[in-house]
Design a protein around this ligand. Structure first.
Ligand code: AMP
Length: 221
């Protein structure tokens, strides 16, 4: 890791867009639009700050292992990362940025009687990308589940008979509605957090502290 440059890991889309005002509060403007370039490293107006574009689920990995000094990752991603790696060691989480807000929910087909299935104590089949969160949720309810790991388009699983229910992120609810699914349980609220590599925090203390303070001053209500 270059000792003079701060590398910030972001994922494209909602997190990138909603991080821009926080960066602006720190006097940082990203020089290129990630939707219009194939570059994975984007310079900023500050010679000592650059942005790397990575998959949302790779942000904790980059920051934990020093490929980036800081990053922005959803609570969902951080929980799943800790579960699959055994820990979030070396990953300092100083701020809830209150951006990219949504909720983690259970959804089923409109004609599926979820309450009855859960009450009877029958096993239900749950398809999800978020296996750690789903496992813990159903374990706490005392419901037996067969978890089916998917990497995308979870809404298809109940429609094709692959699963009885899904656990997925819901924002407006439009995706569920368009696929005739209904939200039957909200598991947790999700927002994105600032994550910092603990060694970077020591080695680049002043710059990173200033960034944390600027971000904190601009967190949306
Ligand atoms: P919506 O139709 O607005 O409820 O959005 C639901 C779709 O967007 C689902 O496919 C979710 O997986 C995805 N989604 C919603 N919010 C987020 C978020 N904050 N981060 C990542 N994916 C999201």
């Amino acid at each position: 890791m270059n000792s003079n440059i701060i590398t910030l890991a972001l994922s494209k889309g909602r997190i990138f867009e909603e991080t821009l005002p926080l960066l602006a509060a720190a006097g940082i403007e990203v020089a290129e639009d990630p939707e219009k370039t194939r570059k994975l490293i984007l310079p900023t107006n500050r010679p000592d700050v650059r942005v790397v574009l990575v998959r949302a689920s790779d942000v904790p990995t980059y920051v934990q292992h020093g490929g980036a000094d800081i990053g922005v990752a959803g609570k969902d991603i951080l929980i799943e990362h800790a579960a699959s790696n055994g820990d979030n060691d070396g990953l300092f989480q100083p701020l809830d940025l209150n951006i990219a807000k949504c909720r983690m929910s259970v959804a089923v087909r409109a004609d599926f009687d979820y309450e009855a299935a859960v009450k009877q104590g029958a096993r239900i089949r749950v398809a999800t990308k978020y296996t750690a969160i789903a496992r813990e949720h159903f374990a706490n309810k005392g419901v037996h589940v067969d978890l089916i790991k998917l990497y995308g388009s979870m809404e298809l699983a109940p429609l094709t008979g692959l699963a009885d229910a899904i656990v997925d992120l819901v924002s407006t609810g439009n995706t569920l509605k368009a696929n005739h699914l209904v939200e039957v349980e909200q598991i947790m609220n999700i927002s994105s957090r600032l994550v910092v590599n603990q060694a970077s925090l020591k080695l680049k203390r002043d710059t990173i502290r200033a960034l944390i303070q600027a971000f904190e001053s601009a967190i949306p209500a």
